[in-house]
Design a protein around this ligand. Structure first.
Ligand SMILES: NC(=O)c1ccc[n+]([C@@H]2O[C@H](COP(=O)([O-])OP(=O)(O)OC[C@H]3O[C@@H](n4cnc5c(N)ncnc54)[C@H](O)[C@@H]3O)[C@@H](O)[C@H]2O)c1
Ligand SMILES: [Zn+2]
Length: 349
């Protein structure tokens, strides 16, 4: 059977569809010495069973605790420990079976193990299928700051099977929706039309295989034109400067936000007047207002100082100019950040 990827990025195929028809045949064409599957406690239960039977030779499994709070050096050390234990040589393959946390951290561990072994991304969340698994960014959080340590490394292949969405909890599904809508805002009005006036209750019954293709297409287009984020790739940071600060801040509280929840707030804050209503109307049904007390503004500002886009001490936002397709950068001060957060607080939805 001829294997036709839906996309190719940096010579590496991206497949959308059943693993039995994509990953299974693809693996048969490879010659790895052994396979190690990285899972978290949830993907071990919900996703590993449908992958196991497709692995053509002996394999081992690693299971790590689920959640962003484990995307750190300590967990990497546990993973490297297992790679050592199973004697992974440079002909081995690491399969990252999970959401963006597993993909980012497993990709980083593989990229640095013996100066780099092959890994494939098998994303199991909407967020990872549509965004995190594509584009070669790997990494971990360090001292509470998002994605501070990491490398660019292209996976050997990506396999997005929409069937995994069936077991995804609602809150995680909606988290991924934020990135899908982001792709719509920055690059595909037709993609957005799937969500106009949509009741959250029918979200899961949309044609997801098709929406995944539309959403991945935007990401692939952007990362093809600008793989190392020198310009256009900034588009993908829409909502993320304020969003990452919120995500880091709330991670330390009793009420953490998902990545998507944080960047949905970020997008509402970072969108200037001409597009503000459209963006807010599409996000509002899925992302109810989160109270952000004024006392937190300074902590958020401090967190934003660490953002990788900044230069010369200012905090740099990538904000929509002409949506879709163009963004511009804006350097802001602490009082201006306060104004943007205030704007979110007073917007009615
Ligand atoms: N590399 C990139 O370009 C990029 C882009 C966007 C986001 N990210 C990163 O991705 C991460 C967020 O990813 P995420 O939202 O997938 O989080 P996640 O990996 O924590 O997954 C969310 C939750 O869903 C569970 N889960 C995963 N698949 C499941 C399934 N099929 N059924 C049941 N439960 C399942 C997980 O165990 C976890 O509890 C963040 O760390 C973010 O920084 C990276
Ligand atoms: Zn994101």
């Amino acid at each position: 059977m001829e294997l036709n990827p839906d996309f190719t990025w940096q010579n590496s195929p991206i497949f959308v569809g059943s693993l039995a028809e994509t990953l299974g045949p693809w693996l048969k064409e490879q010659s790895y010495s052994q396979i190690l599957v990285l899972t978290d406690t949830n993907t071990y239960v919900h996703c590993l069973p449908s992958l196991k039977d497709l692995l053509p030779y002996p394999f081992h499994t690693i299971q790590i605790p689920a959640g962003e709070q484990h995307k750190n050096l300590e967990t990497c050390a546990q993973i490297w420990q297992q790679l050592l234990h199973y004697k992974l040589d440079r002909k081995s393959l690491l399969i990252n079976l999970g959401g963006g946390v597993i993909g980012d951290m497993g990709g980083f561990c593989a990229a640095t193990w013996k100066r780099g072994i092959h890994f494939i991304q098998v994303p199991t969340t909407l967020l990872a299928m549509t965004d995190a698994a594509i584009g070669g960014k790997t990494g971990i959080d360090f001292q509470g700051i998002k994605n501070t340590i990491g490398v660019f490394q292209t996976p050997a292949a990506v396999f997005a099977d929409p069937a995994f969405l069936n077991t995804l909890p609602n809150r995680e599904f909606i988290s991924g929706l934020a990135e899908v809508l982001k792709h719509g805002f920055i690059g595909d009005p037709e993609l957005l039309s799937n969500f106009a006036n949509l009741q959250p209750a029918v979200l899961r019954s949309l044609p997801w295989p098709q929406i995944l293709i539309q959403s991945i297409a935007v990401k692939v287009r952007v990362v093809t034109e600008d793989p190392k984020e020198n310009g256009l790739r900034m588009l993908l940071n829409y909502g993320h400067t304020i969003g990452h600060a919120l995500e880091s801040y709330f991670l330390e509280t009793n009420t953490p936000l998902t990545h998507g929840e944080a960047i949905a707030i970020g997008m509402i804050c970072e969108t200037p007047a001409p597009h503000h209503t459209q963006v807010t109307q599409l996000l509002a049904p899925f992302f109810p207002k989160v109270p952000i007390p004024k006392e937190t503004y300074n902590s958020l500002w401090q967190l934003m100082q660490q953002d990788k886009k900044n230069s010369s001490g200012a905090v740099r936002l990538a904000i929509p100019d002409e949506l879709p397709y163009t963004m511009k950068v804006l350097d802001i001060t602490e009082p201006q950040l306060g104004n943007l957060l205030q704007k979110y607080a007073v917007t009615e939805f």
